[in-house]
Design a protein around this ligand. Sequence first.
Ligand code: BDR
Ligand code: CA
Length: 327
Amino acid sequence: MENHVKKYIMDCDPGHDDAVALILAAKHLDLLGVTTVSGNQTLDKVTTNALKILEVIGRTDIPVYQGSENPWIQKLETAPQFHGESGLDGPRVPAPTTKPQSMHAVNFIVETVNKHQQLSLIATGPLTNLASALQMDHTISERIEEIFIMGGSLTYGNWTPAAEFNIYVDPEAAYKVFNSGVPIRLCGLNLTRQAFVNEKDLKVLEDINNPVSLFCRDLLDFFISSGGRKAPFKGAVLHDVCAVAWAIDPTLIKAVDMHVQVELQGKFTRGMTVCDYRHTGDQDPKTDVNHDPILPPRGESPNCTVGLELDVERFFKLLYGTIESYQ
Ligand code: BDR
Ligand code: CA
């Protein structure tokens, strides 16, 4: 008899914030596997990084599966300006002693979803693997409990004025996932920008002073500097950590349900998440579109629960408490 405790697969492209997200997930969630996807760097590099992270935290028991090398249609774009040439520049970590599994990540996702009840996915990279899994076996959309996604934005983008990196890298895959019918919890930039760290956080990690906190310190040191921001805005955002934190503690994030589409055509807006904020019932008397007297009839029904507000204090308490608990 299967033990019906929630299980997770984490699909990622580590990546500095993916690394911290994985460190958090490995402690709190029943992770059946980590799947990798090209994004922040090429597939070989992000896979090596995933193996390294698991080795640093003493969790080589979690299997790693390599996934998609390229987006569905367009050419891969990576982000060395933020994550370095290795995708995880900063900490000096030896080459991993472990290897990825021989099974492809997409097969692993399909097989695992079909085998388990109460399985959710956490996606912190481009959505290529998830879309390919849904393409390979569309029936998994009825079995996946929910998908926690770091991607998109309710406001403005980062990679382009309109688009966030993960969605921009593979918009066709994102479109497939957003239209799959699987419930989505969306951590867009509007939410993740609240998970801001700066040099004060380096000190916190230094003071915790265990191998995992020092690894995180070196990660964030690089990530903060690579952003190229100047004081008082010098810092970095732990985007991907928000998706994991939401899975661990749903009360950390205030959210509303809405319909979200992925723009595939726009000359200036390709990769944008078009969020239908109307009719959400979320009311801000000063700015809220829901107060517009000429509100048109209700649009399509919600496909996403979109994060709006992070309980920043409790988020960092969870994160630093977890890092401290690694000995
Ligand atoms: C996302 O892009 C990547 O660089 C980060 O790891 C995060 O997943 C933020 O736009
Ligand atoms: Ca990522």
